[in-house]
Design a protein. Sequence first.
Length: 564
Amino acid sequence: MAILGIDLGTTNSLIAVFEPSGPRLIGNTLSQVLTPSAVSLAEDGTVLTGAAASERLITHPERSVASFKSFMGTAQITQLAGKSFRPEELSALILRSLKADAEADLGEPVDEAVISVPAYFNDHQRKATLDAGRLAGLKVERLVNEPTAAALAYGFGEVNEGKFLVFDLGGGTFDVSILEKYEGVMEIHATTGDTHLGGNDFTRVIEALIAEAGRFDLESLDRQERARLRREAEVAKLALTSGTEAQYSVPRKGEVFAGAIARTQFEMECAALLRRLRAPLERAILDAGLEPHQFDAIVMVGGATRMPMVRSLVARLFGRLPLIHVDPDTTVARGAAIQAALHKRDAALSDVVMTDVCPYTLGVATVEDARAANRQTLVTPIIERNAVVPISRSSRLVTIEDNQKRISVDVYQGENLRPEHNVHLGSVVVNVPPDRAGAQAIDVRFTYDINAALQVEVTAVSTGHTSSKIFYNSLGLTEDELKAKFAALEAVKLAPREHAANKALIARAERLYAEQMGEARDALRKFLGRFEDDIADQRIRDQDALRAEFAKLLDKYERSPFGF
């Protein structure tokens, strides 16, 4: 049975499977490998995913949502037509759709997967991704860091040996990984990033520019107007990738506001975002102990890397052009499939060894000076970031109070000296004999594995008594909640795969109708009515031809960012 490689993205998601010739991307019901990470609740209660849901973001904003990956690991609740969904549940619906596509392609059930996550996802976000996989009916064999997956895909087919940097800028996250390949070994030296920086932030810059030109407040827009503005900004961003100016037309309060944005203006407004991209680059290079000129290649991954200003930034910093022949949208999925094959010990990869690193520092809260009047609690690192995993490290701590009977070890993840500015993973408590301050000691051992699971073991030195804990996401779902959510999602019906192409075209026509005015609207209404009648006619067998004809008609009303 195949193990799927899944790129669960902010904007789009993909699946791939490893075959003797290498990783192969699997298409969805529309024969496209990119499935928009969007969910919409149809009026009949069925759930639409992918292109059909994405098109409904404008026409049915109260029933549709996208970019929910940015909320993974939080308690954020999304309301769709009065129903509540957690980020894990929305992601699970996308995963269920991808799973169905894979099973249709492979002709057999699939229940195992390797899923990619941003390298800088913290423990809460990673556990939420695991929960999403379980809710989708998948056994997640491993979470693989996105730049690690990209490096695997690149190293598998592009390079024999050398050092290279993976620059991964997706829709909502940014990661940097530095990797070296030698004698069949793929070794990660450093990884870092920003889980709140991606292509969506550049889109928001264009939204702000349009609002400023139109002299209106973004907060004054209703949900449909905001969705229209977001789409117009996305179209403009795409246009500015290949041209020097982008036209826009935004409806507001019954009027249409039109204008243009120059690429130079857009890039000037993005200066702060570009500075944020530079900081993780510098940290990763310093952590790896390398110089910019020592890399054999710079690999750009993620759709947002197509922006000229991003490629120019990388070219300036490294004094060389980054690789642009690698497909930035599909590389991570291909790498996830390779990681799945490695897990399965596929014979084609028997001579490949892959190492990875711990992306965050893991430590405990300790008192700096127990005798000081104003005690300061700081974080003492036990496993520092970019340590090769699996890894086990220990540290000895002592009591700080006379007659202290128990020690509570608070575990943190992050780079800040102050505990409150890091992610609190939980606590482990151990009892110690009462004694004077500093006389009783404990050994704290951290063990971190390739799946980002952290086991903390605390042992009282004098008694040998040990307490241990494997940390799970305190913001996530309990085992009982998972079972209840799984049962609830099982009852949710995804739109039948055989109807997905029709529903996507209908949603597109409705979105175009909302965008047009006058005669164009009248024509679209007639075209849509005729299409719906035709696909309901059981006597018409060639529905592929019907869809192709209708799509061609819709193309005439689609405003292209390229002007044709």
